[in-house]
Ligand binder design. Structure first.
Ligand code: MRU
Length: 367
């Protein structure tokens, strides 16, 4: 998608094929900074400190981290041991998004199937490019399926703007391109359908206010940032036609782990008969997990994210301030789980499916 009219991916391989470049998401919206990453550990650190984030992008980063590890492995006495250590470090960088383990494992298995370690680097790069390219194609398919829903609502509203509420950032920054929750929004906008997006600010890290809003602004899509607790009121007042969110992990029964606060939006949506959709590629589905509630590991992050915020001062400097005394007790649960019963439909690259074990397994029978 675009930044000041120029097309970018959120992550790409440098033209000389020797590094990974990422848009530094910690700096947006006040600065546009690109980081160049040349080692597996550096890329793992970028995942941990959230210079890059979002479940599908973390997955792609895991794949390329294996590639960088393959380059380093051949400088080691025991390349296989080096690589398995790198694999374990990569997959434990963040616990909730299943895409990380999924993508990293695919590339790792392709690589170790080759006994000649001098070929690993080439295999890992080729396979990572294929994986990332396929994921981007999947986001487009999600966009096309989601568009059908928006089109129907637009017809019912006789062309009046369709109000879509989204939480966190499941946009192109979180995915590489198009996004999951946002792909249908971009497609609808491109088709000339009138839309307006309610962007939850998404405490504590403000992925909505800082990232989703920036993406919408760059694509000229009408949006309004709201405090996280506003959605329920807007739904009661018929100011939301549908909710679309992304996901970090979906269990086989359709329970959805997503950014903390998603569950409360789903409850409000159900109470007000607002359709609640979750958009995701199948790399986000954990087919081994029968049920999500109580079973998905929820990342608990540093309390500083609750206590401190960063923002632009009057002197145009980005500074961090405390919003409460730093010795107050606080807790930072990064995700929550929305039970399948509250989900109207799951928008995937293979179509829209009910959040139900049988239907999900039927749609993805090859898995
Ligand atoms: O902690 P983050 O920012 O990596 O959280 C992940 C997310 O961006 C969301 O939960 C998102 O809605 C799903 S990722 C497309």
């Amino acid at each position: 998608m675009h930044v000041n009219g120029k097309a970018y991916l959120a992550l790409w391989v440098d033209e000389n094929n020797n590094s990974v470049k990422i848009i530094n998401q910690l700096k947006i919206p006040f600065e546009f900074d690109i980081c160049e990453i040349t080692s597996c550990l550096e890329l793992v650190n970028a995942i941990k400190d959230m210079r890059l984030r979002g479940a599908p992008l973390i997955g792609a980063a895991g794949a390329y981290a294996i590639w960088l590890a393959c380059i380093e492995a051949n400088k080691n006495l025991n390349p296989a041991e080096f690589l398995v250590n790198a694999y374990n470090i990569i997959v434990s960088a963040r616990p909730t998004a299943v895409n990380l383990k999924y993508a990293t494992t695919i590339i790792y298995n392709k690589v170790i199937a080759e006994s000649d370690s001098s070929k690993w680097q080439q295999i890992a790069l080729k396979e990572s490019n294929i994986f990332y390219g396929n994921e981007i194609e999947n986001f487009k398919k999600i966009g096309a399926y989601g568009l059908e829903i928006i089109e129907k609502i637009s017809l019912q509203k006789k062309g009046e703007a369709v109000n879509i509420l989204t939480h966190c950032n499941a946009g192109w920054l979180a995915c590489g391109d198009y996004g999951t929750a946002t792909a249908p929004i971009y497609f609808a906008h491109e088709k000339g359908i009138k839309i307006h997006v309610w962007v939850d600010e998404t405490r504590p890290r403000f992925q909505g206010a800082k990232l989703t809003a920036w993406e919408m602004h760059n694509e000229n899509i009408p949006f309004t940032v709201i405090a996280d607790n506003t959605g329920g009121y807007l739904m009661q007042e018929n100011m939301v036609d549908m909710v679309i969110v992304g996901a970090d992990r979906v269990a086989a029964n359709g329970d959805v782990a997503n950014k903390v606060g998603t569950y409360l939006k789903a409850l409000a949506a159900r109470d007000n008969n607002v359709p609640f959709y979750v958009a995701l590629p199948s790399s986000t589905i954990d087919f081994e997990l029968k049920q999500g509630v109580h079973n998905i590991s929820i990342e608990k992050r540093n309390e500083d994210e609750i206590v401190k915020v960063d923002g632009l001062t009057n002197n145009m400097n980005v500074e961090i301030v405390d919003i409460m005394p730093s010795n107050y007790s606080s807790a930072n649960y990064a995700f929550d789980i929305t039970p399948a019963r509250l989900v109207t439909g799951i928008i995937t690259e293979k179509g829209i499916v009910e959040a139900d074990t049988e239907k999900i397994l039927k749609l993805f029978s090859e898995k």
